[in-house]
Ligand binder design. Sequence first.
Ligand code: ZN
Length: 303
Amino acid sequence: MIIDCHADTLSRIASLGEHLRDNSGHFDLNRARNAGVELQVLSLYSPERDSKLALEDILGQIDYFEQEMVSCGEVAYPVRNLKDLKDSNRTGLMLHLEGAEALGTRLSNLRTLYRLGVRSIGLTWNHRNLLADGVMDAASGGGLSEWGREVVCEMNHLGMVVDLAHISPAGFKDAVDISSKPVIVSHANTYSLCNHPRNLQDEQLQVIAAVGGIVGITFVPAFVDRAEASIERLVDHVCHMHQIMGEDHVALGSDFDGTDITVVPDVSSYPLLVEHLEKRGLTTSQIDKLLRGNFLRVLKDIL
Ligand SMILES: [Zn+2]
């Protein structure tokens, strides 16, 4: 069984008018069920920087999700709590907010999104917002604002996953320090093997392991290798993470539908990844932790 921390399928299909059950992208429920996907985290994403416009976009995507759920009930179900996760014949879907612009400056918006089923938030996307600097907008070295700290505390209180993908190094450090629960980086690889600013330095990997969190390895070619991205090269990142963090802190963060091409081509190609992991000598237990167990452990702690 497979649990993946990050895909942009929902915002993609909502903008194209396609469907969760069957679509032209990397992930749909027909292929996911065949591949044994037990739980998929789906991002809500708006490019709007204005909080009211962002919130309107996000609410529209949640409504799209709800409507899709009506017609996909026999193959998928929304996961809001861990006790929901026991139905192995259907794929569980959990909502994630990628970039917290939609919160504006009100905790009431955070709590409303929680009530609508959002269980994970990436505090920033690439640019700066009211919570912190994003990784592509980090020149001034800004970490978490007072508002960012309030949001992390309330997320801890509600039982939501704090996701530090896309945040600046200073924001990363502040969020780790302030969060009372393990934090995750839902989709990133290692900077040592591919020097993309979205990838994590070894010290950051160690910090995530120290707080009991996880990093989801991601299939975006630019994060795998600048010159020759491949599944083999992706497995190099897994091995490096195992060396730095140990085997209990590496998970999947495909970023399916967040980019045109992925090194694992689509959700039906997970067996290819497993083949490469086995070829590299990973044990069945190590592979199961990567595909499922590690993120599940974190969810058990948080939700
Ligand atoms: Zn992303």
